[in-house]
Write a protein that binds this ligand. Structure first.
Ligand SMILES: Nc1ncnc2c1ncn2[C@@H]1O[C@H](COP(=O)(O)OP(=O)(O)OP(=O)(O)O)[C@@H](O)[C@H]1O
Length: 323
């Protein structure tokens, strides 16, 4: 099948910053694809390149079979795109902006737009400048969806939406993918993404660290806790295809995040020098994200506190093995 989005070795150098350092993508039609990354990981930069708003420093990409660099207008006509901070004409009313945008598209753009606006309960005669943040997000979404695009690109789509609309909106994305269209989400809301995405990519330090179907990714990652008598003894090695992503030592316990772990390996670890216990557990997408982006993961408490400084203490003893 032809990829909806493909890219080869995309790089983006800004002054003093390498936002993208060789991004390869291959996104198939009928997918809800989620791009996860920390603040500043390069998500918006990548989206701006894919939508023809930004030229990459090097590399190439195709979106819906078109090169966004040479045909930026054609790309924007074919896809729906909602930026993280949608630019809307503040002086227009909600109705006027729909009517104005409809002039660039064929029927029934305006009818579809009005349908969404009614659903979101936004008065058509209200000026854009007087809308709340969430209402602006809804207008931007209604505009992006009215053309029923084969590819919908959404940068932080649910920020500003209330929980009910958020839920309905995300569920409607699954419906879109089932009908063969493609949704590309960039988000920080990992638990939300987990409910709707079928493919996950983690962008870290300007590179795609992993890009896999969600089930496959979750099924392949395991947290192993090894209790040792002597903390100075080296961690037992794991036979192939197992791959250690990161390892954390805390006293006599070692937590190791392993990709492609097999339960048959437990016996070998248990019989290793100094090992007195082995615990194994599956990981949530949030934990996997942290493992790929920070090389650190331990208890649920540390995940909850991952946004604050308390993680720093823990990170002092971690060893990262780059994926
Ligand atoms: N025009 C620019 N000039 C210089 N640096 C830029 C420019 N645009 C982005 N950057 C830098 O590129 C890096 C990636 O930024 P980007 O906005 O793509 O990140 P992001 O993953 O979307 O972050 P967030 O989740 O916080 O929105 C950041 O370090 C940012 O400061």
């Amino acid at each position: 099948m032809n990829a909806v989005i493909s890219s080869e070795q995309l790089t983006m150098h800004f002054r003093g910053c390498d936002a993208l350092r060789g991004v390869d993508l291959d996104i198939q039609p009928g997918t809800v694809f989620a791009l996860l990354g920390e603040n500043g990981a390069g998500k918006t930069t990548l989206i701006r390149i894919l939508t023809g708003f930004q030229s990459p420093s090097s590399g190439s990409c195709r979106v819906c079979g078109i090169d966004p660099l040479s045909q930026p207008l054609e790309i924007r006509r074919r896809i729906g795109y909602v930026a993280d901070q949608p630019a809307l004409y503040d002086w227009m009313t909600v109705g006027e902006i729909g009517w104005f945008t409809a002039s660039f598209y064929s029927d029934p753009f305006f009818d579809k737009y009005r349908e969404s606006i009614r659903l979101y309960e936004i008065p058509e005669d209200r000026k854009i400048k007087n809308l709340s943040k969430g209402q602006r997000a809804k207008v931007a979404l209604a505009l992006a969806l009215a053309n029923d695009p084969e590819l919908l690109i959404l940068d932080e789509p649910t920020s500003g939406l209330d929980p009910m609309v958020r839920r309905e909106f995300l569920e409607s994305m699954i419906g879109r993918a089932l009908s063969g269209r493609t949704v590309f989400l960039s988000s920080h809301q990992i638990s939300e993404v987990e409910r709707v995405a079928d493919t996950i990519a983690i962008l870290h330090d300007g590179k795609i660290r992993v890009c896999e179907p969600l089930d496959q990714l979750k099924g392949s990652m395991t947290e192993i806790t090894i209790s040792v008598e002597d903390p100075l003894v080296a961690t037992p090695s794991f036979p192939e295809p197992a791959e250690i992503l990161c390892e954390t030592t805390s006293g006599r316990e070692r937590q190791i995040i392993v990709k492609h772990f097999d339960a048959a390996m437990i016996e070998g670890i248990e019989s290793s020098q100094s090992v007195v216990g082995v615990r194994v557990r599956a990981m949530s997408l949030e934990e996997i994200f942290i493992a790929y982006t920070r090389g650190s993961i331990t208890s649920p408490e540390s995940i909850v506190s991952s946004q604050d400084d308390s993680l720093e203490d823990h990170r002092a003893v971690e060893t990262e093995v780059s994926p």
